[in-house]
Every structure is written in C-alpha cells, then in structure tokens.
Design a protein. Structure first.
Length: 188
C-alpha cells in the first residue's frame, strides 16, 4: 500500500503575522519539518497544497471588504505574493508535488486544487496508487477538515496527525476533528 503525506496550506498568510494568521501556525510548520526529517522515507509522496488566489477579482465572493469569516475573508494568499509563499519554517525539500487551489473561486479542500501538471489531487493520488494519506497543516477547522473529508470520500485510509495541525478557533477545531473522526479518519 502506497502512502502520502498531505501538507495543507502552511503559508505565510495563515501563520502568525499573516493576513489570516492562526495561532500555532509557525509551530506547525516547524513540527512538520521535524516530522519529515524523521519520517519522510515512510511516504511514497509528499503533497503540499497552497491557497493561490487571483489578484484581480474577489475569487467568487471569497474576498470581501466586510468579511463574515465563514464564507468570505479578507484578501489573503494572492498568487505570487509573499503571503502565498510557504512559511519559511516549513522545509519544502521533501515535497514531491504541489496543489494550488482557490484560483478565481473559493476552494477549501486540497482535492479541489490543481497540480503543477494540471491534474486534480485525487487523480494524482490514484496515478501514484496511494491508498493511505496522513493529513497535517492549517487550518484544522477549514481546509484541513475539508481536505480530510474529501480524502475519505475518495476511499482513502486517512489519519490526521493532530500535533501537526492548527485551527482558527479551539471549539471549531475540536468540532472539525470530531467530524472527520466520525466520518472515518483516525486521529493520531
């Protein structure tokens, strides 16, 4: 059985000091780097997703000057900006594939994104015969949640490495983890 690590949205705009900085984001970036240093040989692929929003539009209502922080957000992770870059504490050397999402529309799941070759994440994982996915990253209660649920829907065996995720809110993160566990993910 082939296994992948999915690193969700560990970007400057989602870590401390970013447009939508999550408390603990830098620690997650550092933790993932340490984890990869010790465990990268256990993965057949290491995939990292990034929000990669268009600069010249509201990305399907995703950006708003008066965001509700549920369906609309302040400007963040605009393509080719420092905010969209991976957090510098994340060692990207082990990343084998990248998925960019949210181009012109709101996307929360990495499975909605496009790889550098133009395929969807589900297609990539299928082509690599991946059957197991470990999920880490930011934010537990939004993109980690959505990516985990989509991985389960794709028939993959999924673990969420709970020491390597950070969320927007404590209660919403707990609820998201309970939801993905109920859907079939293993929390480790």
């Amino acid at each position: 059985m082939a296994k992948a690590l999915l690193i969700v949205d560990v970007q400057n705009d989602f870590t401390e000091g970013g447009a939508l900085g999550v408390t603990g984001g830098d620690a997650v970036a550092e933790g993932i780097s340490s984890y990869l240093a010790a465990h990268s040989s256990g993965y057949d692929a290491v995939v990292a997703s990034r929000d990669w929003h268009d600069a010249d539009n509201d990305n399907g209502g995703h950006f708003s000057e008066s965001p509700d922080f549920v369906d609309s957000w302040p400007v963040h992770c605009v393509a080719d900006t420092e905010g969209a870059a991976f957090d510098p504490l994340l060692d990207t050397a082990a990343i084998t594939h990248e998925v960019r999402k949210g181009q012109g529309k709101p996307d929360y799941s990495a499975f909605q994104g496009i790889t550098e070759t133009g395929s969807r994440l589900g297609e990539l994982l299928h082509d690599l015969t991946i059957t197991e996915v470990d999920v880490v990253g930011i934010a537990t209660d939004h993109c980690v949640r959505a990516s985990t649920l989509d991985a389960l829907s794709a028939g993959l065996n999924v673990r969420v490495l709970t020491d390597l995720v950070a969320g927007v809110g404590e209660e919403s993160s707990k609820a998201a983890l309970a939801e993905v566990e109920k859907a079939g993910a293993n929390l480790v």
